[in-house]
Ligand binder design. Structure first.
Ligand SMILES: [Mn+2]
Length: 322
C-alpha cells in the first residue's frame, strides 16, 4: 500500500465519517465480490451505528445465500435518510440497474474502465478484488470492528474474484488479505459453500454449452452460447451461467474464451475470459463494455449470428497478439 493510496483513503474516510446515512450498492447479476463488498461494508456501517442500506437489484444469488444477513439486502433504490451512495465493484452507476439518485456518489472499485463520480473515488486496478479496498478502508476506520461475520463476507469476495487465488492479480496482496481475514475467523468452509453446492440445472446448462463449443483463430479463441430458451428448458436461472466460461478458458491452447448469453431475447451478454495475451477490458470497451485485462464483458443486440460476427470482427484486430 503506497502513500498516495493511504492519503486517498484518509480523504474518503473523512467523507464517510461525516455522512449520517450511507447507501451501499453494486451491479446487477452480482458476483461474489459485489455481494461480499456490499454486505461487508453494510454490516460494518451498521455496527458502528451509521444509518445504512444494502442494495442489489437482483438480490443475492443462491451461490452466496449462505452468508449471514443476505435477507437484509433490498432490491429497490430507496435512499430515504441517506446522504450519500457508495457504488462498489461497478464501473458505472448504470450497472446497478437503477438511475443515479440525487445524492453524492463515491465509487470503490478495481475495474479498469468506467465513470468517476467524486474526487474521493477509490479505483485501484491492481487490487485483487473490491473487497480488498473495502478491507483497507475498514482497517483504517476501526480495525477492531471487523468481526467474524464481516470477515467471511470479505473473504467470499476475495476467493471468488481471484478465482480461488488463481489470477495474477492475487499476488501478494490477496494473500495478505486472506491471512488477515483468516486470523479473524475460520474461512476454510467458504470454498466448499461457494463451489460445492451447485444445482443440477447448472450441469444441464453446462452440457449444452460444451456441446456448442466453437474454435476460431488457430483454436486460440473458443466460444459457446446459451440461448434464451435454454433457461426454461433446463430449469436453470441466470445465476447458473456463472461458471461456464471458466470451462471454456480452461481448455489447453485456448487464449480467449467467450460465452454469449441471451438473458433477454435478442440481447447477448458476452462473458469474456483470457490468459493474458490480450487486454480484454480494452477489447470489450470497443463493444461498449469493460472489465479487467483477463475478465471482461459487453453486450451485443441482434441474432446469435449477428452477435458472433460482430465480436469476431472486433476480435480480428486483436488476434495478432495471440
Ligand atoms: Mn470485483
Amino acid at each position: 500500500m503506497n502513500k498516495q493510496m493511504d492519503s486517498k483513503i484518509l480523504g474518503l474516510l473523512n467523507m464517510l465519517k461525516g455522512a449520517r446515512g450511507i447507501a451501499v450498492i453494486s451491479h446487477v447479476h452480482p458476483d461474489g465480490d459485489a455481494v461480499g463488498s456490499v454486505l461487508g461494508f453494510y454490516h460494518f456501517l451498521k455496527k458502528i451505528g451509521k444509518n445504512t442500506v444494502a442494495i442489489l437489484k437482483d438480490g443475492v444469488p443462491y451461490q452466496y445465500s449462505f452468508l449471514e444477513g443476505v435477507n437484509e439486502v433490498r432490491n429497490v433504490l430507496d435512499c430515504e435518510g441517506m446522504d450519500m451512495c457508495v457504488l462498489v465493484d461497478a464501473s458505472e452507476f448504470a450497472r446497478t440497474g437503477f438511475e443515479k439518485p440525487e445524492l453524492p456518489v463515491i465509487r470503490i472499485d478495481h475495474h479498469k474502465t468506467g465513470e468517476f463520480y467524486s474526487e474521493h473515488d477509490l479505483v485501484i486496478t491492481t487490487a485483487p478484488a473490491t473487497v480488498s479496498l473495502i478491507l483497507e478502508i475498514l482497517k483504517r476506520w476501526n480495525k477492531d470492528m471487523i468481526d467474524e461475520k464481516i470477515a467471511r463476507m470479505l473473504y467470499t469476495g476475495l476467493l471468488t474474484d481471484t478465482v480461488s487465488f488463481l489470477h495474477a492479480n492475487s499476488f501478494p496482496w490477496a494473500f495478505r488479505d486472506a491471512l488477515f481475514l483468516s486470523s479473524i475467523t475460520s474461512v476454510e468452509d467458504i470454498g466448499s459453500l461457494v463451489y460445492e453446492r451447485k444445482r443440477k440445472a447448472f450441469y444441464y446448462l453446462l452440457v449444452r454449452a460444451l456441446e456448442r463449443l466453437t474454435f476460431k483463430f488457430w483454436e486460440k479463441l473458443a466460444y459457446t452460447y446459451i440461448k434464451y430458451e435454454d433457461f426454461s428448458e433446463t430449469g436453470a436461472s441466470a445465476e447458473d451461467t456463472d461458471g461456464i466460461v471458466r470451462h471454456v478458458i480452461s481448455i489447453e491452447g485456448v487464449e480467449v474464451g467467450v460465452n454469449f448469453i441471451e438473458y433477454e431475447k435478442g440481447v447477448w451478454k458476452l462473458s469474456v475470459r483470457g490468459k493474458g495475451k490480450i487486454d480484454l477490458a480494452l477489447l470489450c470497451e470497443e463493444l461498449g463494455g469493460g472489465g479487467h485485462k483477463n475478465a471482461a464483458g459487453c453486450s451485443i443486440k441482434g441474432t446469435l449470428e449477428q452477435a458472433v460476427s460482430e465480436f469476431l470482427r472486433i476480435f480480428d484486430r486483436w488476434a495478432k497478439y495471440l
